[in-house]
Structures are given as structure tokens and as C-alpha cells.
Design a protein around this ligand. Sequence first.
Ligand SMILES: O=C[C@H](O)[C@H](O)[C@H](O)COP(=O)(O)O
Length: 236
Amino acid sequence: MSQQPDREATARHKQAAAEWAVEGFVQPGMVVGLGTGSTAAFAVQRLATLLAQGRLRDVVGVPTSRATEALARSLGVPVSTLEAHPVLDVTIDGADEVAPDLSLIKGGGGALLREKIVAQASERVVIVVDAGKLSPVLGTRWPVPVEVLSFGWRSQARFLEALGARVTVRADAQGEPFRTDQGNLVFDCAFGPIGAPAPLAVRLGARAGIVGHGLFLDLATDLVVAGPQGVEHRAR
Ligand SMILES: O=C[C@H](O)[C@H](O)[C@H](O)COP(=O)(O)O
């Protein structure tokens, strides 16, 4: 079987989930966190369409990355900052892996730190995914991205290995170390299935030099997942 139809189906599912979330959760006058990645981009596009059609008004977006800010601006979605809007009504964002309790791994696009800051400032965090992102246990499908300051980065790699991770320094398309919007490195940390993510999140959060990690625990309030059977909404 060719891979192409699967990719096309996955893209359709991402789009269906994102559009369902925008139509279901965004109301006139809201401040909306704009996630990063291919699924979140469908949400920004839908928001732009509804605004252009006058079916939504007075909505302002707070982007979670420079890429999303550029996309929103290019589509005419008004954008602002977390400084101007420290409390957001809702954020719509993608994820790399979703466990049954709606804990997540995020950061495949490198935007994990800003995404978490924006999610923590949001009253509602709606995660939009295709069904292929669902997982019985975090870490089964995806490594945990860890954002690391360049200063002393080898020490952080050793620390992460001591926690049981196989560490890969993420590279960009040119083969150079990938840099986040903050200029930091990303280590993709394959822990394997993570039975107890909360203690791991505490260890990562306590380490100087680690500025963020992709374990999003107790943050998602809603999941919108689309697959061959249609769109499903789950609330936590
Ligand atoms: O840093 C990137 C984000 O966490 C994305 O939301 C995540 O990687 C999912 O991306 P996509 O929707 O492209 O699969």
C-alpha cells in the first residue's frame, strides 16, 4: 500500500479536528492562543476564514511561535501578545502524542516552551489531533523534546541519559543544531513508555539549564480527535 493516501488522510483528519475546534470553542470577543504545527495551522486558517466571512468578530490571537505569528498575520488574523493579554479564553494547539488522561507530549516543531506558557495562561486548552496521535502510554510513540540552554549543554545531555533517555540533539534541515525561537537547543529524549510522567516532569523542571520540556500534564482541558470514524470530542 502506498504511503501517500495515508498522509492525505492524516492531513484531512488534522484539518477536520482543527476546524471542529475553532467552530465549537471560539466565540466573538475571545482572546485565542494560536498553537504551532501543521494541525494548529489548520485552526488559524479556519479562524481567518470565519473572521473574513464576518461569522466571527473581535477575536485576537496570541501566537505560540514566530512561524504561527507570521501565518496569522499573512491571513489577516489580528495578533497580540501575552503581555497585552495575560489571560486567554482558549488555546487551540496540536500535540505529538496523547495519553488517555489527556496528558501530552508536545514540541515536535520546537515550540514547546511558548506553547506551555500560553497553555498555562489559558482558561481552556483544546488539543486537536488526528487519531494516529493517540497512545496508551506517553513515550510509546514519540521522544520527549527538552529545550536546553547552549551553555553547558553536554552536562544536560549526561543528566538526561542518567534519567534513562537516549538523547538526540535535534538538527535543522541544513544539518545544523536546531534553534528554538529563544535560541536554545532541543534534545529529543527517548525514554520509552513513561509509566510515571509526573515525577519525570518534576526532575526535568528542577534542572538548571533545562528551560522547558514537552511533557504537558494536567494542561489540556479538551481533546478533539479526528479519524476514519469522524470527529470526537473528549473533555477532561
Ligand atoms: O512544537 C510543536 C508543537 O508542539 C506541535 O503542536 C506538535 O509538534 C504537533 O505538530 P503537528 O500538528 O504538525 O503534528
